[in-house]
Design a protein around this ligand. Structure first.
Ligand code: M3L
Ligand code: AKG
Length: 494
């Protein structure tokens, strides 16, 4: 097909009105040698500077030996096609950089109702019927997005037709789903801490006024979701939130957590209401002190949020009097980890490197162990990065803390290469435990009936002081994915 000269021409062209676009596209043009045939009319230079007289987009059909700038009204992104072996469509979003989309990747992510289920948004297109060397037939910048026409092939799901196919990719979707790591995120972008604020040096006295609080009524009873959004935002930003004026009943407490998401049931049950017991399945069901820890470190996917509501605590000797002890403790593990990284980088590295095994062995449900022939446990400090590889772990990449020294278990699959490594891990764990218990980081709060607390179990460590008397606590877990999905449903980028 003889390429038609783009009927869309644009004012000024890259070389004149927008010099920085020239650099942006040239960077891509230079990064990929591509051939263009010089053509008559206004096209010029290696990457087709054109002058424009129209301001509305229209179709343009490149030949596959040609690479051109496809431009449209200056308010729309500009599109460049790189015709090399793995054809790419390069989009300049008028932000000074441009993003590359392989044609196969674009076809595979077509959002139309044939290729993607309209309500489940699951892929309906069989990826593996797409021609691996597929190239666009034509592209067009339109107000609703990048319109791509594909050649007639048999990859149309189930229609058996060999009609061509057209995909329209909304600009915002394209811009927020770059297939390749951009230079801008070569250094790991902050993870969940992007909008998170660590806290420390909080007076270790009773809950100081500056701790985040949202009342039960604001969360449960306002017709809009402002109170709920504020509640979730606090949990995401600070890792915990108190909920004053909550009726001191299991029912009201359960409704609070279910306002967020469904309860994550475990071998402890779903919604728990517990006191100390004679034959406990876990030390939580005793009146012993518990050092700062995160729960369910022995799960592949540790519980995301945990809620505690102290319903009562009375003296064993005189039920009319309050019981002694049982204060709750909380630590912002991200703040403690940042302190460890700054002052003891070798200890941070040890806790981020060596996997350890945790276990819950007291339950008749069986032994929970996060180790087996193929899984060798997890480090205390777990990181994530855009490349999926974490060569030098740092707090900006920290996504999850797994620390419960009571539940740490001798692994069946050894994870320390030698005695030196083992000693370095113990030295690191000792310093970590010291930091967690230090006044600078340990928040000690005597929970009160009517004011439950909820916290991020991947970030905030919790514990309690030993106590005497009858102490009744209720609460539940939710999953981290469920919490984050609920945040997103309210516009919070968790
Ligand atoms: C269910 N309830 C919260 C009452 C007890 C949970 C015990 C959790 C266990 N010690 C761990 O650290 O995973
Ligand atoms: O009893 C408490 O206040 C906390 C218990 C605990 O740490 C747990 O259940 O994991």
């Amino acid at each position: 097909m003889k390429p038609r000269t783009p009927s869309v021409l644009f004012r000024g062209g890259y070389g004149f009105q927008y010099p920085w676009k020239r650099q942006a596209l040239r960077r891509f043009a230079n990064n990929t040698s591509f051939s263009t045939r010089k053509r008559a009319s206004s096209l010029s230079t290696r990457w087709n500077t054109v002058s424009t007289s129209q301001r509305t987009p229209s179709t343009w059909t490149p030949s596959h030996t040609q690479t051109r700038c496809m431009a449209s009204a200056s308010s729309l992104p500009q599109v460049l096609i790189n015709d090399m072996a793995n054809q790419e469509v390069i989009v300049d979003f008028n932000t000074g950089t441009a993003v590359r989309y392989p044609s196969f990747w674009l076809r595979d992510h077509c959002p139309c109702a044939e290729c993607q289920h309209p309500s489940t948004h699951q892929r309906q297109l069989d990826t593996f019927t797409i021609d691996p060397e597929i190239k666009v037939s034509s592209v067009r910048s339109t107000p609703s997005g990048l319109e791509v026409s594909w050649p007639a092939t048999t990859d149309i799901p189930d229609t058996g037709s060999s009609a061509t196919h057209t995909s329209v990719y909304p600009w915002e979707w394209l811009e927020t789903h770059p297939p390749f790591i951009q230079a801008s995120n070569k250094t790991p972008s902050p993870t969940r801490q992007t909008a998170q604020r660590t806290w420390a040096h909080v007076p270790p006295s009773a809950a100081p006024d500056n701790l985040p609080r949202v009342s039960y009524d604001a969360i449960m009873n306002t017709p809009d979701t402002d109170g709920l959004k504020h509640f979730l935002q606090n949990i995401h930003t600070y890792g915990l939130c108190f909920m004053p004026e909550t009726p001191a009943t299991p029912e009201a407490t359960q409704s609070l957590i279910e306002r967020i998401a469904h309860i994550r049931a475990t071998h402890y049950g779903g919604f728990w209401d517990f006191t100390s017991e004679v034959n406990p399945i876990d030390t939580a069901y005793t009146n012993d002190p518990l050092p700062p820890h995160t729960d369910t470190t022995y799960f592949t996917d540790p519980a995301g949020l945990q809620l505690f509501h102290l319903l009562s605590h009375t003296s064993s000797r005189d039920p009319g009097k309050p019981g002694k002890g049982g204060e709750s403790t909380f630590v912002d593990g991200f703040a403690a980890a940042a302190y460890l990284h700054k002052h003891f980088p070798q200890h941070y590295h040890a806790l981020a490197t060596y996997p350890i095994t945790s276990a819950a062995l007291g339950s008749p449900a069986g032994a929970f162990l996060n180790t087996n022939a193929s899984l060798h446990g997890y480090p205390v400090l777990n990181h994530s990065s855009p490349t999926g590889r974490v060569s030098s772990p740092s707090p900006t990449m920290l996504v999850q803390i797994r620390w419960n020294n009571l539940d740490r278990f001798a692994p069946m699959t050894p994870s320390f290469p030698n005695h030196t490594a083992l000693k370095s891990w113990y030295a690191a764990a000792r310093e970590w435990a010291r930091i967690l218990e230090s006044p600078e980081f340990l928040l000690t709060v005597k929970l009160q009936p009517g004011e439950p607390v909820i916290f991020d179990n991947w970030r905030v460590l919790h514990g309690r002081l030993g106590f005497e008397g009858k102490r009744r606590v209720c609460g539940a877990y939710t999953g981290m994915d469920d919490f984050r999905a609920r945040c997103r449903s309210l516009g919070i980028e968790a």
